[in-house]
Design a protein around this ligand. Structure first.
Ligand code: ASP
Length: 338
């Protein structure tokens, strides 16, 4: 008898549009993982899939507590007794990029692929993109390539580089400032090994995070008093999406002197750009250099989602601000080119 080995995949479901159906209050998650697999049909037959429904939420409701649950549930698949070849996580698209980024930091050196996917239309919809996205996710989960990835529209994106860029289009995620990790074409799964950091080290679950990180999008004339408010609210980290290549206003409304105050309060500040593409570099303009003089960290080519979650992760690991700087200033899973 010719029995081919089927890759063993753990499917974790968390809700999202992919699992949603109409309710009196609008679309909400109603389907479990078994139902998703039955709608996926024969494409799931090539794998040996175990389903665990861990959440049933619109991803707007996925917060640091849920990230921890997702991280721990994923890590439970890593023991050799379980023998899984990969993990697929279904998730709403709205905050998928945040979850993908934080999982990339919480799950340090995962021993198997971890692939997050979802869809723009519910799986039961006749025109759904869910089937394609699930097929892509399972193919990557069976690839043996260590890391955390997003699968969407036949593309595989590093978890730290995914950004949702469309509200309804099927090509909803982009790999920002980095090529795709893989894609599907007529030859199957095509992996771009150059785009995927090599993972050699043993796995560790690093799921202690600090949720007190504020994302501030700069607007012309922003009142510097906002920093006093954030200090009073005990924020430990602030990510500033500044202008262009890197600059903050300092005439009339002086944001720079407030940066000095935040550092005296022990708040770690990261500056990045409002521009989605390419690197920020605060060393070029006077309005950026003045910020650097206050000891802020630079996000460089990191996505905002990666900058926010990496700061949460670094602040969760230590209270030592020098150590936070050290942790933040290295690339953990391809999120930044230093
Ligand atoms: N609101 C949904 C969610 O993020 C959107 C989606 O899944 O596409 O859960």
């Amino acid at each position: 008898m010719n029995q081919t080995y089927k890759k063993k995949i753990l499917l974790l479901t968390t809700g999202g549009t992919i699992a949603s159906g109409p309710t009196n209050e609008g679309l909400a998650p109603v389907l479990n993982g078994d139902k998703l697999l039955s709608l996926l049909g024969p494409a799931s037959n090539g794998y040996s899939i175990t389903v665990r429904d861990i959440l049933s939420l619109d991803s707007s409701n996925i917060q640091p507590e849920e990230w921890k649950l997702i991280a721990r549930s994923t890590a439970s698949a890593f023991s050799s007794q379980e023998g899984y070849d990969g993990v697929v996580i279904t998730h709403g698209t709205d905050t998928m990029a945040y979850t993908a980024s934080i999982l990339s930091f919480m799950l340090r050196n995962p021993p198997i692929p971890v692939v997050i996917t979802g869809s723009q239309l519910p799986i039961f919809h006749p025109l759904t993109d869910a089937l394609e996205n699930l097929r892509t996710a399972f193919a990557m989960a069976a690839s043996g390539i260590r890391g955390v990835f997003v699968a969407f529209n036949r593309k595989i994106i590093l978890g730290t580089r995914a950004v949702k860029v469309r509200t309804t289009g099927f090509d909803a995620f982009e790999s920002v400032n980095s090529p795709c990790a893989a894609w599907i074409d007529g030859t199957g799964l095509r992996v771009n090994h150059d785009a995927i950091p090599l993972v050699f080290d043993p796995f560790s679950l690093e799921d202690h995070i600090c949720g007190s990180v504020f994302l501030l999008k700069l607007t012309p004339g922003l009142d510097p008093g906002i920093f006093d408010m954030l200090g009073k609210m005990n924020y430990r980290g602030i990510v500033i999406e500044a202008f262009g290549l890197g600059g903050l206003h300092f005439i009339r409304r002086d944001l720079i002197s407030k940066l000095q105050m935040t550092s005296e309060l022990g708040i770690t500040v990261v500056v990045c750009s409002q521009c989605l593409y390419e690197r920020s570099d605060f060393s070029i303009y006077q309005a950026g250099q003045k910020a650097l003089e206050q000891g802020v960290l630079q996000g460089f080519d990191m996505t905002t989602e990666a900058a926010v979650t990496k700061l949460m992760w670094a602040l969760g690991k230590t209270e030592d601000l020098q150590e936070v700087r050290r942790l933040f200033s290295q690339s953990l899973f391809g999120e930044v080119v230093i």
